[in-house]
Structure formats: structure tokens, C-alpha cells
Design a protein around this ligand. Structure first.
Ligand SMILES: NC(=O)c1ccc[n+]([C@@H]2O[C@H](COP(=O)([O-])OP(=O)(O)OC[C@H]3O[C@@H](n4cnc5c(N)ncnc54)[C@H](OP(=O)(O)O)[C@@H]3O)[C@@H](O)[C@H]2O)c1
Length: 336
């Protein structure tokens, strides 16, 4: 089968197409014919081995896991012994867990892992955009616990995590019902963020949101481009700062530990996301209800993996860069 592999850490150019044996499902596994996968920031981090500490997991000197891609939508192609709850021909979505395996024509996953039915009414391409971003956003949305009277600011709101966090927060606390939701993004995505329910949108290309007079109960930095020390003055007493990034010198988890141990007028939290079937089903229900909108930036064949990865690293994308390991019509799978 065709797969995008890498045998060394480095830039996007270390990726290349190779011919690998089609994997056989072990007991308890299903084999998926991958109709759509993605290139996301996690793939880029593992491929480049940044931060360096990821090598403890992916291999010290060279990658142990040759194939990236941790989000998949596809068709169950073969069942391993003992698998129940899935059928050959069923349309599914899955989060493979790090470090991936999805950028290939076939992939095996544990049937009891984060894999389940594809959301009804969504194509494979649409469905694959609602996996990693919502899964990560969910951890922060739960920590925020949106409520009437709160004021929340999402920095990096036009990234995969940020877009899903804004939509999920607005689903739980609809506009006009007493929760302020502001966002930070660049010029081109201000209108989109308004459309998704953000109120005040700071364009970081034109203004520094940390200079605002507004005060917030929660500041969620979905891209890790700010720091607690800059956001702290914007937090109300009892307010909370969260970031998706470790920060310089791992300051964010360390500050969160200190905050949990010693308290203080302002809190720092570092929620840890988790992918499992329960989380997936929750996301699928939101996707089917239209509460999370598929955001597709572009769709490319697996052969374009290097260009797709370069594009993701250019930080120009809005939404998901989808990769097709097998030929597919854009609408295919919607009715499966
Ligand atoms: N904690 C975890 O478990 C975990 C897991 C995966 C990823 N992450 C981290 O989470 C971050 C976001 O991931 P993602 O998948 O959402 O990334 P993404 O889809 O690539 O989005 C990144 C976004 O950051 C925005 N951005 C860039 N510079 C900015 C700035 N100075 N101020 C505000 N926004 C800025 C860009 O928006 P514009 O288009 O508006 O410039 C871009 O859309 C990444 O840094 C990743 O390493 C954390």
C-alpha cells in the first residue's frame, strides 16, 4: 500500500511516499481503508522532533513510527479476531493516538480505542476535520465550564483548537445569554470569528490584546503565543489562565502545579486532553447537531504530502488540511 513515511527527523522534505505491506488486524483490531486523513500540528511536531522531549516517545535518534496522521475517516475493511460492534463496510472516524499511522491507504486500530461511526450527514472529508481539534478543545472547554456572567477570551481562535473551542463554548453558552466570549486572530479571520459567535475580536496584526481595558474570568491561549505574565493583568480576581503550549522552560505546567498547590488570586491550569470512544461519541453528537462546523482549508492527495505539510507550517491555514490516501469524490461517504 501507498504510505507517506519519514526515516529521519527534519523539515517537511523528509517525508516521502513508500510502498508498505497492507497491515493485518491483530485480535481486537479493525482495519480501516483510509478515505481522508490530515496534516496537523501534532504531525509536524513529531516529524521535526520539536520540542526535543518528544523523542523520548518517538525515538531518540530516528523516528520509530514512520507514518504520521492521527485523524482518520474511512471504511472498515477487515475485522481482527474477537471484534464486536463493527462491520466490514461501515464508515468510521478515529483518532489513532500519537504518533499516527493515518497517512497511508490502510491502518489498523484497536476496536476499543477512539474509533466509532462517522457522523451522519458528513462526508469523509468533513468528518475528518472534526477530530483532533474538538478533542483538544473539549479538555479546555470543560475546564472553563462556561456560565452566565463569565467573560472568556480565546487567543489563537482561528487555529484548529481555537475554532472548535469558540464553537463549543457558544454551543454551551449561546450569544445573548449572558456570557461574554471574545477572541484574538489575524485580519482575515475576524469575520469568521464573529460569525461563530465571538463578540469582540482583536486582530493581532493591528492591536495588542493585552493592552485592552476589558477584564476576563478565563483567558485561554489556544496557540501558546502569549504568556501568563502578559495576560495576568487582564484576569479578574479568581480568574484562570490556560495555554495549549508548555511555554518557555515548561512554565505553563509548572505554573499550573504551583497554582494547584498554593492557590492564589489568579489560577493557572494545564488540562490534559484524552481521546477515547466516549469523547469521540460526544464530538460526533455535536457534529451531527451542527454545533461544530467542519472547516476545510484544502484537500490534497497523499502524493502532495510535502506541500501539504509545508502549507500547514506556513501558519496560513484556516481549518484543516485534508489528505486523501485513496481517490475520493468530495461528497463521497455522506450517505454511508
Ligand atoms: N496541549 C496539547 O495537548 C496540544 C496538542 C496538540 C497541539 N498543541 C498546540 O496547540 C497549538 C495550536 O494547535 P492547533 O492545532 O490549533 O494549530 P493550528 O491549527 O496550526 O493553528 C494555529 C493558529 O495560531 C494562530 N496564530 C499564530 N500566531 C498567532 C499570534 N501571534 N496570536 C494569535 N494567534 C496566532 C494562527 O491564526 P491566524 O491564522 O489568525 O494567524 C493559526 O490559525 C499548537 O501550538 C500546538 O503545538 C497542544
Amino acid at each position: 500500500m501507498k504510505a507517506a513515511v519519514h526515516d529521519a527527523y527534519g523539515g517537511p522534505e523528509v517525508l516521502r511516499l513508500d510502498d508498505l505491506p497492507v497491515p493485518e488486524p491483530k485480535p481486537g483490531e479493525i482495519r480501516i481503508r483510509v478515505m481522508a486523513t490530515t496534516v496537523n500540528r501534532t504531525d509536524c511536531g513529531f516529524r521535526a522532533a520539536t520540542p526535543f522531549i518528544t523523542r523520548a516517545f518517538t525515538g531518540l535518534t530516528r523516528p520509530k513510527f514512520r507514518v504520521l496522521g492521527n485523524e482518520v475517516a474511512g471504511i472498515v475493511d477487515k475485522l481482527g479476531d474477537g471484534v464486536t460492534g463493527f462491520q466490514v463496510g461501515q464508515a468510521v472516524v478515529g483518532m489513532t493516538g500519537d504518533p499516527g499511522g493515518g497517512q497511508a491507504e490502510y491502518l489498523c486500530m484497536k476496536a476499543k480505542g477512539a474509533v466509532g461511526p462517522k457522523p451522519r450527514g458528513l462526508s469523509f472529508i468533513e468528518a475528518v476535520t472534526l477530530l483532533d481539534g474538538p478533542m483538544l478543545a473539549r479538555a479546555y472547554v470543560r475546564a472553563i465550564a462556561p456560565a452566565r456572567g463569565m467573560a472568556v477570551l480565546v487567543n489563537g481562535a482561528s487555529g484548529s483548537i481555537g475554532l472548535n473551542a469558540v464553537q463549543w463554548l457558544r454551543h454551551l453558552a449561546p450569544k445573548g445569554e449572558g456570557m461574554v466570549l471574545d477572541a484574538v486572530c489575524k485580519t482575515g479571520t475576524v469575520d469568521l470569528l464573529h460569525d461563530l459567535g465571538a463578540e469582540r475580536v482583536y486582530d493581532y496584526k493591528r492591536e495588542d490584546f493585552t493592552a485592552t481595558d476589558a477584564r476576563y474570568d478565563v483567558i485561554f491561549d489556544a496557540v501558546g503565543r502569549s504568556r501568563y505574565r502578559y495576560c495576568r493583568p487582564l484576569l479578574k480576581d479568581g480568574g484562570t489562565y490556560m495555554s495549549t503550549e508548555l511555554g518557555p522552560g515548561c512554565e505553563n505546567p509548572l505554573l499550573a502545579l504551583r497554582s494547584a498547590a498554593f492557590g492564589g488570586r489568579k489560577k493557572i491550569r494545564f488540562p490534559l486532553p484524552g481521546a477515547n470512544r466516549k469523547v469521540l461519541d460526544e464530538i460526533t453528537a455535536l457534529a451531527e447537531a451542527g454545533a461544530l462546523r467542519p472547516m476545510i482549508d484544502r484537500v490534497l492527495p497523499l502524493e502532495e504530502i510535502v506541500a501539504a505539510t509545508e502549507y500547514v507550517e506556513s501558519e496560513e491555514k484556516v481549518g484543516t488540511v485534508v489528505i486523501l490516501p485513496n481517490p475520493l469524490d468530495e461528497d463521497a461517504g455522506r450517505e454511508v
